[in-house]
Design a protein around this ligand. Structure first.
Ligand SMILES: [Zn+2]
Length: 388
């Protein structure tokens, strides 16, 4: 573990100021009788840091702290530095030592507690972190930050009920609505219930999600899934169709589900009518591809090819081209088929670059749809690439 010059300078500046090091130098003769020389102890500590002996350094810093209460800031900074470097146990030692000091004023103490809570969180000691943040959430000056940190614990631990309560408090405290995030927490509860086949509880959570945030796409998708699980395909279609009004970007997520539900109902006419009408409303690529399959089943390969060519003229895109090649290959033979396969291979690579999902906030790209971005930890920021 090496400490960069920048890190050390960063530590040195406040301590030099706090300890009045420069003045002390000029007055060194008069100060010669001091029982404990603060700056020299600090430099001894820094020397240990430089020589990669952080535990000895901490020992020195803790000693100095007992002598001088002006250095609290520096200790907070040092603890923070250790935590950021992933040396959580050292950060905990520094912060615990600070808190144990009886001379710490109220503000310094709360600040040190907030730091210690973050150490515990990083160390995976969620219960301890939670207790600290719960205490700090009651302190007005720190409640917003404490609630945010509590929320990250509940999210990590998948304690969605607590996450909902905490978000409501946080929204009140900060004056910023969190309805879209709270709706996601209800969806998480619903998915947990659905996995246990507890359909009633899943429905309840989804109803809550939609009343909290009527534009919650995920709630409509999962509600449709619940209905379909119970064999209620008409109701499932009804739920999935809602996605179109909520955010048409996600229409592709339900297109194949809707098509499948119509097929299970043996309602070919309903299937055809729904998609031909939907295509009039949205020229979405995902809808075009689903409709091409429907035409292929109803009227055969030639009709499907004709439909794809027409839609490609209106809206050229690599996915349509790929589907056209697939349809062509079904009828081709001999060298024609080999040529088409070669072409399809080239298109395939292009197609890969234009599918999946991307986060609008941080640019994260993934193959499956995450409602919570794994990279920047935001909810509702990931959209399908296909329709962009
Ligand atoms: Zn992101």
């Amino acid at each position: 573990m090496s400490y960069s010059a920048y890190d050390l300078l960063w530590l040195l500046l406040p301590l030099a100021a706090a300890s009045g090091w420069l003045i002390a130098r000029y007055d060194s003769r008069r100060q010669a009788a001091r029982s404990f020389d603060l700056p020299s102890a600090y430099f001894k500590g820094l020397n240990f840091l430089l020589n990669e002996q952080p535990d000895k350094a901490i020992e020195i810093f803790i000693q100095v702290l007992e002598v001088n209460s002006e250095t609290v800031e520096t200790h907070l900074a040092l603890g923070n530095l250790f935590r950021r470097r992933g040396e959580v146990e050292r950060a905990i030692r520094i912060h615990q030592n600070l808190i144990a000091r009886p001379t710490l004023d109220r503000e310094q103490r709360t600040y040190a507690l907030l730091e210690l809570g973050q150490d515990y969180f990083k160390a995976g000691l969620f219960d301890r972190a939670e207790n600290l943040f719960l205490e700090l959430a009651e302190v007005r000056a720190h409640s917003e930050q404490a609630l945010r940190l509590l929320l990250s614990i509940y999210q990590q631990e998948k304690e969605w009920e607590k996450a909902i309560q905490t978000s409501r408090k946080l929204a009140r405290e900060s004056g910023k609505p969190m309805d879209d995030v709270i709706a996601q927490y209800y969806c998480e509860l619903a998915e947990q219930a659905l996995a246990k086949k507890n359909f009633r509880s899943a429905r309840d959570s989804l109803r809550q999600a939609l009343s909290t945030d009527p534009s919650c796409v995920r709630a409509s998708i999962v509600l449709g899934d619940v209905e379909a699980e119970e064999g209620r395909y008409r109701e499932a279609i009804h739920a999935w169709r809602r996605v179109e009004e909520q955010d048409a970007h996600y229409f592709g997520e339900v297109a194949h589900r809707i098509a499948d539900a119509y097929r299970r109902l043996n309602d070919d006419q309903g299937l055809y009518q729904f998609f031909s009408a939907a295509l009039e409303r949205h020229a979405a690529v995902s809808l075009t591809l689903t409709f091409a399959d429907i035409i292929r089943q109803r009227e055969g390969v030639k009709a499907a090819e004709k439909f794809v060519v027409e839609s490609l003229r209106r809206q050229p895109n690599v996915h349509g081209l790929h589907r056209l090649l697939e349809l062509n290959m079904e009828e081709a033979q001999g060298t024609a088929k080999t040529d088409l396969m070669l072409l399809k291979g080239i298109i395939e690579e292009l197609r890969q670059q234009h599918q999946g999902y991307a986060c609008e906030q941080c640019g994260f790209k993934g193959r499956s749809l995450h409602w919570l971005c794994p990279s920047c930890s935001r909810w509702n920021s990931i959209k399908p690439v296909l329709e962009q």
